[in-house]
Design a protein around this ligand. Structure first.
Ligand code: INI
Length: 173
């Protein structure tokens, strides 16, 4: 048997993307934003199809993602941040709530919200995950965003995108 396989292609044209980025560890987080924009550009995103929202820290990403999702203006949201463990238990709370919140917003609104957050034990690990040795999490999250919007568009039978449709407010579960 050859099951029918579904997967999204990597074409960003015709979609709109929001990047929401934490200002914490800005010297690293800015590299993640650059990585995300680079991926979207390489995949053919239209001029003016990407907007960046800055928030104080990663803890604030989920609520901001919810507002952006409910605006109906974007097909996918890429959340970006850098959370470094350091010596305090603060890391667990910030990283845990950011991950849980982002997932909840995505499921509740139906808008793909991608996890482009580097969580690292040390500064060195964080540097390596922002484009030095171990990839760039922003780039990877943007690639995943493009794949998902294409998959969902195909699953919806080629339904309109945020760019082409009237402003709509998706139902919140
Ligand atoms: N926010 C981050 O994005 N990264 C961190 O490493 C971090 N640390 O370590 O504390 C962090 N904290 C701030 C937090 O996200 C909130 O902005 C703050 O608690 C106010 O709600």
């Amino acid at each position: 048997m050859q099951p029918k396989e579904h997967q999204g292609n990597l074409n960003a044209a015709g979609f709109r993307f929001a990047i929401i980025a934490s200002r914490w560890n800005d010297f690293l987080t800015s590299k993640l934003i650059e990585g995300a924009i680079d991926a979207l550009e390489r995949l053919g995103a239209d001029e003016d199809s990407v907007e960046v929202f800055k928030v104080p820290g990663s803890f604030e990403l989920p609520l901001t993602a919810q507002r952006v999702a409910l605006s109906g203006e974007f097909d996918a949201i890429i959340c970006i941040g850098t959370i470094i463990r350091g010596e305090t238990p603060h890391f667990e709370y910030v990283a845990g709530e950011a991950a849980k919140g982002i997932s909840q917003v995505s499921i509740q609104t139906g808008v793909p919200v991608l996890f482009g957050i580097v969580t690292a034990d040390t500064l060195e690990q964080a540097i390596n995950r922002t484009g030095v040795k171990a990839g760039n999490k922003g780039f990877e999250a943007a690639m995943s965003a493009v794949e998902l919007v294409n998959l969902y568009k195909a699953m919806d039978g080629g339904k309109e995108t945020a760019k082409s449709k009237e402003k709509a407010f998706p139902h919140v579960v």
